[in-house]
Design a binder for this molecule. Structure first.
Ligand code: ADP
Length: 330
């Protein structure tokens, strides 16, 4: 004969049994844990009480969703039903994680829609203006604007595709990556835009080998994104420096600039998808708001870390730490 109490205690669901007068006769471990939470216990107990009363009155099963603002915020679903004559069962399910993921997904879809709708709106206005235009120079100007908006949109789509590919946790290609060559390749990619912005890119690489196991495409994309930002948010005459150094079992890559910097209140959020410090600023520099979330994912895929230090008006320094071997952080 199974020990039912042990079975109930092993459940991730809270189970409460109560009498008709709402006196609780049994609570499994998960229910005790929920009720035992500070400030939550009274609210949950009141809800259990309420549900049992409603079930007694209405004779049917009842459900109630409770949003507790925390911290940490939690969402509980309570359902009650009469089990046998005079004994009521209340099940408490903690759906906090599911709700959080749902909210992130909804947010993400809303953001994508917004990010794509804006350039589409601009394209349609520009095309409309072009329709009635006879002046060749104005037509040329409008066509240029259309090209810019289309380019912007395709950048957003490219970034989204890259992000989803990385997030899918596609098996990484574990090759030996020479970071010296990789940093040079990434810097080379931005040589033209840096020249146009009058920004110098310097690499500071000490002698010796800087090899990690990882995925060439992903690591190139991460460093390239950091250099891209460093150049984008610099001013004419500034220097961007990419530095490599070694710590036991780790390689550190620092991308440093002397640009506009990041305000302290925004610093914790810049790695979020679509987050831009200042949307107007992002627009003029053509950013998608996805670059740093791509960087963060790539670094996580490699078992590393990325963090940032910045001072407004003085510059930013992004520090990327990679284990020499994936999963090896000695
Ligand atoms: P974006 O495509 O807008 O550059 P990112 O995800 O790469 O998006 O960066 C998010 C935001 O963080 C940027 O919009 C910008 O405001 C800020 N940011 C990132 N890197 C830098 C930097 N080197 N200097 C100043 N601000 C930066």
């Amino acid at each position: 004969m199974p020990d039912f109490e042990a079975v109930l205690n092993a459940l991730p669901l809270g189970v409460v049994l109560a009498r008709r007068d709402t006196v609780v006769v049994f609570r499994n471990r998960a229910a005790t844990a929920v009720v035992g939470l500070r400030h939550v216990d009274l609210l949950v107990e009141a809800a259990v009480d309420r549900l049992i009363r409603q079930t007694i009155e209405g004779g049917a099963a009842r459900t109630e969703t409770m949003e507790l603002f925390g911290p940490p915020p939690r969402v509980l679903v309570l359902s009650s039903v009469e089990m046998v004559d005079g004994v009521y069962l209340v099940v408490i399910e903690d759906i906090s994680e599911r709700s959080r993921i749902d909210a992130v997904r909804t947010d993400f879809v809303a953001n994508i829609s917004h990010e794509l709708k804006t350039p589409v709106g601009a394209l349609s206005i520009l095309a409309e203006a072009m329709q009635d235009e006879t002046d060749a120079s104005v037509i040329k100007h409008l066509a240029l604007q259309i090209m810019k908006e289309a380019h912007r949109m395709s950048e957003t789509i490219d970034d989204l595709l890259e992000l989803s590919k990385i997030e899918l946790d596609a098996p990484l290609r574990h090759n030996d990556i020479d970071l010296v060559a990789l940093v040079r390749e990434a810097a080379e990619r931005h040589a033209r835009s840096a020249l146009a912005a009058d920004v110098r890119i310097e690499t500071d690489v000490p002698d010796g080998q800087f090899v990690v196991t990882g995925d060439h495409t992903q690591l190139l994309s991460a460093i390239s994104n950091l250099i891209d930002n460093a150049v984008k948010y610099s001013e004419g005459g500034d220097t961007v420096t990419v530095r490599l150094s070694r710590e036991p079992g780790l390689i550190v890559i620092v991308v440093e600039d002397e640009g506009i910097g990041i305000p302290q209140p925004d610093i914790d959020r810049i790695f979020e998808r679509f987050y831009r410090v200042d949307r107007a600023r992002g627009r003029s520099t053509g950013g998608t708001g996805l670059g740093l979330s791509i960087v963060r994912h790539i670094v996580a895929n490699h078992g590393g870390e990325v963090n940032v230090r910045s001072q407004e008006g003085e510059g930013s320094s992004f520090r990327l730490v990679l284990p020499v071997q994936i999963g090896d952080t000695r």
